[in-house]
Design a protein around this ligand. Structure first.
Ligand SMILES: Nc1ncnc2c1ncn2[C@@H]1O[C@H](COP(=O)(O)OP(=O)(O)O)[C@@H](O)[C@H]1O
Ligand SMILES: [Mg+2]
Length: 160
């Protein structure tokens, strides 16, 4: 058994599956608000989640893990061209997502990950190749996308 985490979810690797559990991050919310208030960036950060209302933005921040799980469940397609780590099940309305288990990308496969159809979208969001690479896993011997819990990827997935 192995424990990992990303920006919005805890990940428990057990046997052949990865259990992705939504994080609610209440302490992180307060800490980030404090940092952004000091830098005068609260408005900009809130806009990332919703520009209309602060309350909706805060709810979206807190519910980001559930939303990511639901997006992965909804967006998963069994299509070898897309190379998405398969979703097996979703529990408790998105609190937990069950995915097939992948492995960390070894150094000699990093180059292959950059030719993944979703690489540019992941790089743009992550801001660095290292961070983008953490969203991929080795599955069936090839880099597959593990973190596709973003609704804005729907367009990219449909056009591949
Ligand atoms: N199916 C999987 N198999 C193995 N490791 C995974 C799997 N899904 C995610 N991980 C690992 O867990 C980390 C966090 O998962 P991720 O899907 O990126 O969640 P978050 O939305 O929190 O960023 C990833 O960086 C990756 O290392
Ligand atoms: Mg991630």
């Amino acid at each position: 058994m192995k424990f990992l985490y990303g920006a919005t979810r805890w990940v428990i690797l057990v046997g052949p599956v990865a259990l992705k559990i939504a994080r609610f991050r209440p302490y992180r919310l307060v800490a980030r608000l404090f940092v952004h208030a000091r830098n005068g960036e609260v408005r900009m950060r809130l806009d990332k989640f919703d520009s209309r209302s602060k309350l909706v933005a805060v709810c979206r921040y807190i519910g980001a893990g559930v939303s990511a799980n639901r997006a992965e469940y909804h967006l998963y397609r069994e299509d070898e061209r897309l190379r998405l780590i398969p979703v097996k099940s979703i529990w408790f309305w998105g609190l937990v997502l069950v995915q097939s288990r992948g492995d960390a990308i070894p150094h000699d496969c990093a180059e292959e990950a950059t030719s993944h159809p979703m690489w540019s979208a992941m790089l743009e969001e992550a801001g660095s190749a290292n961070k983008a690479l953490k969203q991929f896993c080795l599955f069936n011997g090839r880099p597959h996308l593990a973190d596709y819990g973003r609704w804005d990827l729907e367009g990219v997935i449909k056009t591949v």
